[in-house]
Design a protein around this ligand. Sequence first.
Ligand code: HEM
Length: 394
Amino acid sequence: MAMSAELVDFPLRRPGNPGPPPEYTSYREREGLVWSTMPTGARVWLVTRYEEVRAVLTNPKISSNPAHPGFPSTGRTGGVPSQDQIPGWFVALDPPEHDRFRKALIPEFTVRRVRQLRPAIQEVVDGVIDALVEKGKETGNTADLVADFVTPVPSLVISALLGVPKIDRGFFESRIRSLVSLNASHDERDEATRLIMRYLNRLIRIRQKRPGDDLISVMLKSEALSPMEISGASMLLLIAGQETTASNMALGLMTLLMNRQWIGDERVVEEVLRYYSVADFVSLRVATDDVEIGGQLVKKGEGVVPLVGGANHDESAFECPHKFDPERSVRHHVAFGYGVHQCLGQNLVRAELDIAYRTLFERLPEVAMAVGVEELPFRCDGVIFGLNSLPVRW
Ligand code: HEM
């Protein structure tokens, strides 16, 4: 099948509409895949149909390892400094090397395990809301839910799981904040990475002597990973779970503030994940051999970007996909990716989002948006789609 003649620029924006870029609808109707140029000048194939996104993400001839020639880069670091080559950064490894990390970590992220973690998540969310309410006393009961609520929660939860003592979690939270800030310079990001890695290495040494029931102790006990790999894997958990979770939390709260009839409906969690698909283009891949995807020949060394926002709005997989409808109650979306790299933290995220949505409206039933939706600054220039602020009053 011939390739699409037009060469499109990538990544695409989401003008005035927080759903995935509207162009994806016409891309899905084209034959084959869409040939595109990344900001770095590299050429890649864009994949927007549901079945083909899943086919890419399960094809053993398509790799996640940036060491392969032709691996695409968006040229945006957006919170991910140049540490994709550090030991333990297992999202950049292919099987069989990748399997070792999943085996060591999966028992800690099952539905059952996350159920046991709910009280710890609740404690974090309660603490963040306490601080927000306290601050509100000085600001006339106003706050920015992005800065004051959704940003601290994910890193505080992961640091609690890693066994970071409560007294040090503020340090972690502020370093992660610099890491994912779009305004931070390369040097500031590298410095934040260095400080976090140094802290993690120290924590690992402590846990080697005095194990606990935290994630670092569990990884040490598995004996499958070296201390350096444990430090890199912990860093990956902190980064992979930060902006993704915070963005879903912010967009979900925005949606609930605009549609109060859904407050307390846990089905909102899944629909927010599908509808906004904030991690639309994080699954960058390269073909390690000639391979056919959706009738398109992808040659060895060519980059491939499966767009989960495209897949999650594909009419062949979801009825009226552009409608936000929590009642559809479907879980086959690919907002967490698909295949061997499917998000390790997905059960944790579901619990975090559910607890965050529920608790905010229980504690502040009067909370309302302080600006019109048309004034909300959507975050379009990072790797993860989101909101730069969500001003509220109560
Ligand atoms: C709503 C929030 C989240 C979204 C939308 C999300 C999305 C994703 C996606 C799309 C991938 C696949 C990447 C690929 O194919 O290359 C992924 C992988 C991953 N995520 Fe998440 N993620 C979220 C939260 C989290 C959290 C809270 C954690 C931490 C526990 C986490 C840890 C990971 C890890 C470790 C991987 C790599 C898995 C592997 O390579 O085996 N994520 N995530």
